[in-house]
Write a protein that binds this ligand. Structure first.
Ligand code: T4K
Length: 399
């Protein structure tokens, strides 16, 4: 890594990138390799690789304890978990979701021929705006899926009130919210059920994986049936189920990760605080806040470019990427601008002004155990330099 002494030291204007190795958003956190390999050896010795084996059972038990929720059902990934949860709740017709989310939230509905109806977000929280949700309820609406984006909880109480008022099902896409709390209670306990992702890019991963959490015994039973082809015991199929099972290696990775969870969380928090300290001093940039009274996983460093910043968001991302700082524009441009929704609902954007505004401003920066304080300081210094108008105007990005 080079030191910045003056603007010519920045790897713009054709100079080599600041970082030889790319800094990624979503670089996996890895716990103890030794412990993981011990699990792998035990799996080989047992020759039991899937179908709710001992690793999955132990993983589910520890998840339930950690989240203080009755049922945790481990899944092959978050998307299939969403699909199964949606089906288990009996959703049909129209379901209201934010457009500002990873596209899997919408696809999990569309895949089952349910219409995702895109609601706007609150620009402060980036989560569903309950008033926008209310305005979209029709006789065809059967449910609401809130997304705890960046791990920050939705306005759960208002959404629950709406669901009760209109007789709708409420569930949450909690893909970002593992180990986060809301009003002192762990996320996993809200709505009819909550769906998590343990994808490699999440701060806590099982290579690929996911989980559905619920306190509802009947719903849990239905989900287990659906994830295992509809088997209710040997040779007895009572439902056209699918295969949503987690394998033993993934569960072993999960168990290993749980042992290191505290250190992942404290690294993420320290990284966030380091970024925050610097970014707060930069005019035209703001970093999203996390409620200090709650548990947060700080897995996303989300920065918004304001009008005062002299460089447009897209160009800023290009500049950072040229430096091998692989910042992302999550979740631009919003699901409603992706296919098939863009063609099916070409006017959806008219009702989504905040989604558009936020999606055009957000940059997600690298964090996790793969980045050190020196690199974060460098990124912050670079952003500070770029905020100086005269310097920003002179940048000529070679690529
Ligand atoms: N709901 C929400 C709100 C979600 O955010 C997601 C997933 C889901 C549902 C669905 O859950 P899953 O079915 O995925 O369990 C990534 C992830 O693939 C996706 O899981 C995640 N959200 C989303 C936010 O991010 P991409 O398209 O950004 O992935 P990609 O390949 O560009 O990788 C992102 C970064 O991570 C890159 O900088 C490279 C780095 N990376 C990636 C992998 C796979 C690594 O360093 N190592 C790796 O192994 O979607």
């Amino acid at each position: 890594m080079k030191k910045i002494k003056n603007k010519h030291d920045l790897a713009i204007n054709g100079a080599p990138p600041a970082f030889e190795q790319s800094l990624h958003v979503g670089k996996p956190n890895i716990g103890s390799r030794e412990k993981f390999l011990q699990h792998v050896n035990a799996i080989f010795d047992r020759k039991w690789f899937s179908n709710h084996g001992p690793e999955v059972q132990a993983f589910e038990k520890r998840l339930s304890q950690h989240l203080d929720v009755k049922h945790c059902i481990a899944m092959c990934n978050g998307t299939v978990a969403l699909e199964i949860a949606i089906r288990a709740l009996g959703l049909t017709g129209e379901v209201i979701v934010p457009s500002y989310t990873f596209v899997a939230t919408a696809h999990a509905l569309q895949w089952q021929e349910i219409t995702p109806v895109f609601a706007d977000i609150d620009p402060k929280t980036h989560t569903l705006d309950p008033e926008s949700v209310r305005s979209l309820i029709t006789p065809k609406t059967t449910g609401i899926i809130g997304v705890h984006l960046w791990g920050r909880p939705c306005d759960v109480a208002s959404l629950q009130q709406l669901a009760d008022e209109y007789g709708l099902q409420l569930m949450f896409d909690a893909a970002h919210a593992f180990s986060c709390s809301h009003q002192g209670e762990m996320i996993a306990n809200f709505g009819r059920c909550e769906v998590f992702s343990f994808h490699a890019t999440k701060f806590f991963n099982t290579f690929e994986g996911g989980m559905i959490a619920t306190n509802d015994d009947e719903l849990a039973q239905q989900i287990r049936l659906m994830q295992n082809f509809g088997f209710a015991g040997n040779d007895n199929v009572i439902y056209p189920g699918t295969n949503g099972k987690m394998n033993e290696l993934s569960a072993a990775m999960g168990l290993t990760g749980l042992d290191s969870l505290d250190s992942f969380l404290s690294t993420n928090k320290q990284n966030y605080l380091n970024y925050k300290k610097g970014i707060e001093q930069i005019s035209g940039l703001s970093i999203i806040e996390y409620d200090e009274a709650e548990q947060n996983n700080f897995q996303y460093i989300v920065v918004e470019t304001e009008d005062a910043f002299p460089i447009k968001r897209d160009r800023l991302v290009d500049i950072l990427q040229a430096e091998n700082i692989l910042a992302r524009k999550y979740f631009w441009p919003g699901c409603h601008k992706m296919e098939p929704y863009r063609s099916l609902y070409p006017h959806a954007g008219l009702l989504l002004p905040e989604t558009r505004r936020v999606a055009e401003r957000v940059i997600v920066l690298p964090t996790g155990t793969a980045i050190d304080k020196k690199s974060i300081n460098f990124i912050v210094e670079l952003l500070a330099k770029l905020s100086e108008v005269s310097f920003a105007e002179n940048i000529n990005l070679a690529s």
